[in-house]
Design a protein around this ligand. Structure first.
Ligand code: NAD
Length: 372
């Protein structure tokens, strides 16, 4: 007789009851994971154990009528990781992204997370992933704000008014204790206005929609960029105030003099080394075009900035082994392209909460594995 295996299934409603929207808690959990990143107690995919994940990208044209075609933010992606420390769990986030989904009443990306026992390899949970992903994505800028923003930051600028930008704001708000004003810029002003209205109603902060990117960015003490890649976000060096923190959660370009004078921190420089190497394997005219922070990779490649191997990771600042903000005047850029360690760690926390609260449904894999 073999071993019975069952796992917990959690739908989105149950995820919410188990606390997935709790940004304050998630920031602390992500901070813990930043420490594990710094000490090395994690493994991600690929030869260097630092891959963001593997994507299915569709061709521009196909002879097969059902095959999806390439487009902005169009992909499927598997993002596996082992997270150490008290988590000691393996898992994968699996998602598809299609920019026309909102027209069908669906989010742009649809995500699931699976957790597995790292020893027996059995599944322990299968859960709705959209909120895990958006909250963890937002809470990384929350940790960035905790360590890199001026303590007296009063104005937060949000570029993009989609779910990821909203999640970033939720977490930045927790950490920016002196916040007074929120300025939102989106290509669609009505989306920015709706976001501003919800911020005013929920938090009583002054919030409004800007007419231009320039108008918004010039005001920001903290600028959070989380727009989709339908149109580039191009920022000019002199729009950014002394002491400002700009966080790239989505793609963003700033003209080169900014990067030569600002401090740059990465979510995990080791992962960006892998990305950098992947770009170097592409033909020259295809390098450093797609991805968050690729402009900085290009400057590194051209010798205009120190190499990626010397780049600073936020985890090292969290652990105190690398200097963070040292003055109120310095301008800082924090670049985060996301990692499965955060999905898996936050999913594990919610799974533990759900077990304590008796939420979810146990599903049987087998009573006795057929191929035992
Ligand atoms: N770094 C990470 O960990 C991470 C994780 C998840 C998603 N993301 C990125 O976050 C971005 C936003 O995700 P989402 O789900 O909220 O997307 P979404 O498509 O639902 O919303 C994006 C919003 O950005 C706006 N926008 C697009 N281009 C703009 C521009 N140039 N200026 C101003 N607004 C602009 C759109 O109008 C839209 O309202 C995506 O690009 C995604 O790849 C990053």
């Amino acid at each position: 007789m073999g071993k019975r295996t069952e796992f917990l299934y959690l739908n989105e409603e149950e995820m919410i009851k188990a606390g997935v929207l709790d940004a304050e808690r998630c920031i602390d959990v992500e901070e813990e994971i930043f420490r594990l990143l710094s000490t090395g107690d994690y493994v991600m995919g690929g030869d260097k154990h630092n891959s963001h994940g593997i994507a299915i990208k569709f061709p521009a044209m196909s002879e097969f009528p059902n095959m999806p075609l390439d487009g902005p933010d169009r992909r499927f992606m598997a993002m596996p990781a082992y997270v150490g420390g008290r988590f000691n769990v393996t898992g994968v986030k699996w998602y598809g992204s299609n920019i026309i989904n909102p027209q069908r009443g669906l989010p742009r990306s649809v995500l699931m997370v699976m957790l597995n026992d790292p020893d027996t390899c059995e599944p322990i949970a299968f859960m709705a992933g959209n909120l895990i992903s958006s909250v963890r994505t937002g809470c990384v800028p929350g940790v960035g704000t905790r360590y890199l923003a001026r303590k007296d930051a009063e104005v937060c600028v949000c570029v993009g008014a989609g779910p990821v930008s909203k999640a970033c704001f939720e977490a930045i708000r927790v950490e920016a204790k002196n916040l007074k004003e929120v300025v939102i810029y989106d290509l669609f002003k009505e989306k920015a206005e709706a976001f501003a209205k919800s911020v005013e109603e929920k938090y009583g902060l002054k919030a409004w929609a800007a007419d231009s990117l320039e108008e918004a960015v010039k005001l920001g003490d903290i600028i959070s960029v989380a727009a989709s890649s339908v149109a580039p976000v191009n920022i000019t060096n002199d729009w950014l105030k002394p002491g400002s923190l700009i966080i790239f959660t989505g793609r963003c370009n700033i003209d080169e003099p900014y990067f030569s004078s600002a401090k740059i921190y990465w979510d995990n420089a080791k992962m960006h080394e892998v990305y950098f190497d992947e770009h170097m394997q592409l033909p020259e005219d295809k390098r450093f075009i797609n991805g968050i922070g690729v402009q900085v990779y290009r400057m590194m490649h051209e010798g205009k900035l120190p190499p990626i191997t010397e780049a600073a990771s936020l985890g090292d600042v969290v652990c105190g082994t690398r200097e963070g903000r040292v003055s109120d005047d310095e301008r800082i850029c924090f670049i985060t392209s996301g990692m499965p360690v955060w999905d898996v760690g936050w999913a594990y926390e919610i799974y533990e909460n759900a077990k304590k609260l008796g939420l979810g449904q146990m599903l049987k894999l087998w009573d006795d594995p057929y191929l035992n």
